[in-house]
Design a protein around this ligand. Structure first.
Ligand code: ADP
Ligand code: MG
Length: 667
């Protein structure tokens, strides 16, 4: 068996399940065994029915006395069974699984795990996990619970993983050098323990090892990139024509904030260096990063170089194109655009080329690239940067992100970059008033929206995130919501925007929104991080509980860009107290970095980055709040690179790193 074989080719999985697995980004056996549980149900306590009490989590074994389907008045099916283990009897209840009566018959010996509850007046287990054979996969142990998707349960995943894991583990070779591995358990042992722990200590050991691997490999990749980068041939320092620069800055329609001025200084210092700039510019949504990019591109032009400006999506590329053109064309600078669907470039003639990652294509000949700028950088990895670098001899590099990245995180993920931060918004900005709207107030809030639109304002409505990536399900939900809202606002023009629309359609909708021909834009959350439409003053977010605080803050940043008071209305379908408390932070906190740190504390690292992101930097086990682990990984990486920066002495480690590098290549 080859762990890289696509799953649809594997007997017993088939194309239907392979498709579902793809939604979880699982394509091979290898992906499957690296699909880690996010929690465990402790069903290791095996009890007798007579000894159980309400609320206990237990595994019970007994004989099924009777099993039957009961149809309720509302068309629902209950499957009810009686389990007898000699000490007493207890009722088992499942909802909407009528086929269970085909798998379980009276007389069967059954192992069931769940929390003892009450159904009516009798003790019962509601929707318990169950199995017939005595091999303790779903019951009688610490049962792993995995990230699931429609039609793919943890139970199914457990079955498959248990089937393939033993063989797959035979192929896992230890890639950590001895002096790094030290007292940690081996990778194969860790993989085994994460899926099949005997006890909580096993889980702890497995997480220490697997978490270390994640952080260590990132550190190694970034430190190595930095090292190789610093070895690049020296370049001629750029000249900064202060006179021209200042008159350009004065010609802007606004005064730069202090932060922006500080950043320009940092960038200029880099450009005057003999080694290429490699800088990450972090600044909240609306903090004015685009103009930083524009100024830098102007300096590139003055030094006789072309500039590439890469945006994560087509829409943003067009928006940047419009902005940059307005500012630079009057100075005689030629601005072109290059995206998947439109190629309006003269290649060698354009001074500035703006585009999507189509810019990476070999077909685009750009001889004199002196500067590469990437917007919303977290979607690109080290390797893309390397690839883009290869376009010019050694271009200067500026990457920009609105993602508030806590310092520890920045050091971990972007150890190869210098950091600049814009930490203030243009002064005339007014705080976006934010409310977590209770369901009871929904109608009132719609009235409020109508009133505001009558006054000329515009509205974004973000539809719930159904799955992690923008799948059919999310698009469908957006369409349903769009139709519902059309009925609520019959007199207004609504537009729909989602990731599965063609670039042309998207452009059209956005253009209409920009011109206020559309007043309410209904959109999925993955759409367009950097849209800049100052007349939009209300941001409505449905299903807010699905997002991290930092993400919500980013979405909120779409409004409050003009001079009018803006509003952010959050709705949530499942408002537990805890959840409400979390979301309420947004009502009082307007600092993206603080919110990101709160996320880190409350929900772990997974939510920091946009949901569209995946690949190497999505940490599954390691926590970016674990500064000790980060420090250890960092030191280990330094230690190895000091011995052998080529990594030739550590072929297995090198292979692992190369493999990860491949994953972050664009598709
Ligand atoms: P982001 O950092 O999110 O990319 P943008 O570059 O899109 O932000 O800027 C948001 C808006 O703020 C734009 O309309 C831009 O023209 C404006 N802007 C940028 N800098 C300033 C400033 N110093 N004063 C006032 N407005 C500014
Ligand atoms: Mg932007």
């Amino acid at each position: 068996m080859d762990v890289k074989t696509p799953l649809y080719k594997i007997f017993g999985i088939g194309s239907i399940y392979a498709k579902r697995l793809e939604r979880l980004e699982i394509f091979t056996i290898e992906d499957l065994i690296y699909h880690f549980p996010f929690r465990y149900d402790d069903y290791s306590k095996v009890s007798k029915i007579a000894q159980t009490s309400l609320g206990e989590k237990v595994t019970l074994s007994g004989e099924v006395w009777q099993i039957k389907n009961v149809y309720t008045r509302f068309g629902k099916v209950l499957t009810r069974a009686i389990l007898n283990d000699g000490s007493a009897v207890l009722e088992l209840i499942w909802f909407n699984q009528p086929y269970l009566t085909k798998s379980i018959s009276s007389g069967d010996t059954l192992h069931v795990a769940g929390k003892v509850g009450k159904f009516g007046s009798k003790l019962s287990l509601v929707a318990p996990d169950w199995e017939k054979w005595d091999r303790s996969l779903h019951t009688g142990r610490l049962v792993p619970v995995y990230p699931e998707t429609a039609g793919l349960s943890s139970k199914w995943l457990r079955n498959q993983i248990s089937k393939f894991l033993p063989q797959a583990l035979e192929k896992v070779e230890e890639f950590l050098p001895d002096q790094i591995k030290n007292s940690m358990i081996s990778e194969s042992e860790a993989l085994n323990k994460i899926h099949f722990p005997q006890n909580w200590d096993d889980i702890k050991k497995a997480k220490i090892r697997l978490g270390f691997d994640e952080l260590f490999l990132i550190q190694l990749a970034t430190q190595r990139a930095r090292f190789l980068w610093s070895k690049k041939t020296l370049i001629k320092p750029w000249k900064i024509d202060e006179g021209k620069l200042n008159s350009f800055i004065h010609s802007l329609p606004f005064k730069l904030t202090n932060s922006q001025q500080k950043v320009i200084k940092e960038i200029m210092a880099d450009l005057k260096n003999t080694s290429p700039m490699n800088r990450l510019l972090q600044g909240e949504v609306g903090s004015g990063k685009t103009v930083m990019a524009t100024i830098t591109m102007y300096l590139s032009y003055l030094n006789g170089f072309q500039s590439l400006f890469m945006a994560p999506t087509e829409i943003l590329a067009w928006q940047h194109y419009d902005t940059v053109k307005k500012l630079l064309e009057p100075l005689g600078i030629k601005v072109g655009i290059y995206t998947g669907s439109k190629k309006r470039v003269q290649g060698t003639v354009d001074n500035v080329i703006i585009g999507t990652h189509a810019l990476l294509s070999d077909k685009l000949a750009i001889p004199d690239v002196g500067l590469v700028i990437i917007d919303e950088q977290h979607r690109f990895g080290v390797e893309q940067r390397t690839l883009l670098r290869s376009k010019g001899a050694a271009p200067h590099f500026l990457t920009m992100t609105a993602t508030p990245i806590p310092r520890t995180v920045a050091l971990t993920l972007y150890g190869d970059l210098d950091l600049s931060i814009i930490d203030e918004l243009p002064s005339e900005r007014i705080k976006v008033k934010t409310f977590l709207v209770p369901e009871l107030k929904r109608r009132d809030s719609y009235k409020f929206i109508s009133t505001k639109v009558m006054e000329g304002d515009q509205v974004y409505i973000i539809t719930p995130l159904i799955e992690l990536s923008e799948t059919q399900a999310s698009v469908k939900a957006a369409k349903v919501e769009f139709e519902r809202l059309q009925k609520i606002f019959p007199k207004l023009n609504l537009g729909l925007l989602h990731g599965r629309m063609k670039a042309k359609e998207k452009e059209k909708v956005l253009e209409e929104f920009r011109n206020n021909a559309i007043q309410i834009l209904v959109a999925t959350s993955v759409v367009e991080v950097g849209m800049d439409i100052p007349n939009a003053t209300i941001m409505v977010i449905e299903g807010a509980e699905k997002f991290g605080l930092a993400q919500l803050h980013q979405l909120r940043g779409r409004v409050g860009r003009g001079k009018k008071q803006s509003y952010c209305l959050l709705y949530t379908s499942e408002a537990s107290n805890e959840e409400s408390r979390r979301l309420k932070y947004l009502e009082t906190t307007f600092d993206g970095l603080k919110l990101a740190e709160l996320d880190l504390k409350i929900r772990g690292s997974g939510t920091i980055f946009s949901t569209a992101q995946h690949g190497r930097f999505d940490l599954r086990i390691a926590r970016l709040s674990d500064i000790e682990a980060i420090e250890k990984a960092k030191q280990s990486a330094t230690q190895i690179l000091r011995i052998d920066p080529s990594l030739d002495k550590y072929p297995l480690l090198k292979a692992r790193l190369d493999e990860l590098a491949k994953e972050v290549m664009p598709d």
